[in-house]
Design a binder for this molecule. Sequence first.
Ligand SMILES: *Cc1c(COP(=O)(O)O)cnc(C)c1O
Length: 841
Amino acid sequence: MTIAPCYLLPQMPESLSGLTELALDLRWAWSHAADSLWAEIAPELWEQTRNPWLILQNISSQTLQELAQNPAFIEKLKAFSAQHQEQLTQSSWFEQNYAQTSFRQVAYFSMEFGLSEALPIYSGGLGILAGDCLKTASDLGIPLLGIGLLWQQGYFRQTLDENSRQQEFYPYNDPTQMPVTPVRDSEGEWLRLQLPFPGRKVILRAWQAQVGRVTLYLLDSNDPLNTPADRGITAELYGGGPETRLQQEICLGIGGWLLLRRLGIQPEICHLNEGHAAFAILARAYSHMQDHGTQFECALNGTRAGNIFTTHTPVSAGFDRFPAELMTRYIAGAPEAFGVDVETILALGRENPDDPQEPFNMAWLAIRGSIMVNAVSRLHGEVSRRLFQPLFPRWPADEVPVTHVTNGVHMPSWDSAEADALWTSCCGKQRWLGDLQNLAAEFRKTPDSLIWELRSKGRQQVIHFARQRLQQQLAQAHAPLEEQERAALALDPNALTIGFARRFTAYKRPNLLLSNPDRLRQLLTNPHRPVQLLIAGKAHPRDEAGKKMIQQWTLFIHQHPELANHIVFIADYDMLVAEHLVQGVDLWINTPRRPWEASGTSGMKVLVNGGLNLSELDGWWAEAYCPETGWAIGDRAEHDDDPQWDIQEAETLYHLLENEIVPLFYQDRDASGCPQAWIQKIRESMSRLTPLYSSNRMLRDYVSTLYEPAGRLLADRSEKSRIEEICNWQKNIRQHWPLLHFGDLHVRTENNRHYFELHVYLDDLDAESISVELFANQSDQYPLEVVPMQRGEALSGAVNSYNYTLDIPADRDLADYTPRIIPCHQNCLVPMESAEILWYR
Ligand SMILES: *Cc1c(COP(=O)(O)O)cnc(C)c1O
């Protein structure tokens, strides 16, 4: 027997080499231009997987030889390759609008990236957002690259056992089976980093995936030269205990930064998608110390201006915290990785730097090391300002420096082929590649019949998918043959189809609809107005409550054979399942406990396909909802996990469905059977909300409100002297602040104006380095007001003290106003970079 060498791919004939490039560019995950090519190569496999890379892996050399001899195929391939090249090089929105920019490169760090099922290195919303962000950067030509980890198992896969319980499986992610290639250095060697860890070096292998114009770099520790334990660092996403998590975050933040250094990439902007990646702040500062011979504090000031932190959690318990003792072991054990002493680092992760017991909070590090912080919806912005308030003592919550950029989804990835065709017919092929100004007006003209056709087609397709999955699941669970056969006929292509799919966990209340099983049964089985429900979702392996809720649904289905035609639980919720559901359902339901859904994005994915939303007024829906576009539950207040409130909301949910939603779907049908009022709602939802909740809008917001201003601040710090000046300013503020004080305040009101005169004693502080302001808090009638006072003459008989004056219209009560002093520096952000504040009272 001879042993044949094992190749990654079958030998590719020269004339077909273009196939490899097409299959390795994940652009196929959203651009379907070349689909017919793959369908021609392997029709069945294509239908089953929609994964060109898998097709290349499995194709026989004989088929390849045949294709190579087929002139028509070669012509077609050439045309697609040329088109692909053109898409990669055509002029972009970014080039056209940001010819002069403050930044040339953004590095986007994220623990997970959800780009396609072909690269299963994500768990849920956070990863999908990151994936959508890379795809959009490619569309818009934004110079962005991704940094992540190549998980050997990714997130678990789910099946349901005979007892309707969740079973977890961890298939191995074989890198040779995924559309990634090794990163090679200038000598052609596979790039491996040696990351200092306590007492050893951990080798990280570098991979890359191509996402259109964007490169995603991935690191993994599964190198045979590592110890078995170290090889497992990048095994399991969100698995393992605190130490494993810390190791993973060191690999992502510090390893990721060192990889960029090795590649000679110098990003101006480091965008930290959640606090997991915050160690990049330390690595970046350490590089600055080495390059410029500065101390840590200056290096942090010199680099902070380029760091942006996006927070995703609405509860403090969601922040990663590591015990001080564990942190100490890693920092002290690997000083070549961290570059600065234990105490300095620990202080950055603590609310009270002097408390040795306090654990290390990654979000605190992320805030202290970033110039701008954003939440992911307007409501989440308000919630985050309260969460981060402790780092800005005595600052009003409204002024805590956390802004928001509401999430969006990559519409070209989530639209169905039919939705794509409809949008193309009214808004053109290029519609997601530039700004979105005219989309709403153009789409609104779409006739009812076309919208209804889209819906009917979508519903048929998701039902087809659900039937197939149901049959597979029943076969796997050893269900009787008749039951398996009946599954082929489950569901009704004309019935109102509702989708509910998300992570199963208590705060999302996935069983709210199930709180009155009888009422639900009646709702579903009304013979004149049937309703059907498609459900999917995984519970984290350690979330027992979540698993119980899955079982509650699956048992309910099992125990009610009469509902087999009305409810299907689709196992193994992932991007593929999500895609089918959001393209097919008429209504998407979301029932989180406010304010625990920071944004939520699954409901945005139905917009482009003509699905409507019924959701709690939480996350994105709290700002998107209006009666013309969908339905809402909740009273815009927080009720925590009050069981009484849950009961009341379940009541509202049933009531809305029974009395408004189901009737609207079935009533008011025109001669050709189109429900006119329902379609009117779809039209409003599609035209108003789709552009607003697209990742195109989101990423353009990031560019204009965060990347671009941060880049300018960073550029100002390119001179060492500028950074030193900032360090001195901070130091002076800290030193002299305790001695600042106010003198007399005189106020009077005359001719409808308030006049203020205030004596201020500045100790030794330069008057330019502070600002004296009048502050009035937000009230029912008035917005928050901050007005700078003018520095007048020096006070006689006192050193470095001044009279500050101001007069303003006397609209508000005089007592609303309070003077205060805050730090001030032309090129720094306050309170982000200096959070002192002194109130008059
Ligand atoms: C979009 C998506 C999510 C995130 O949706 P939520 O609204 O946060 O529940 C999670 N998982 C998958 C597979 C998705 O496609």
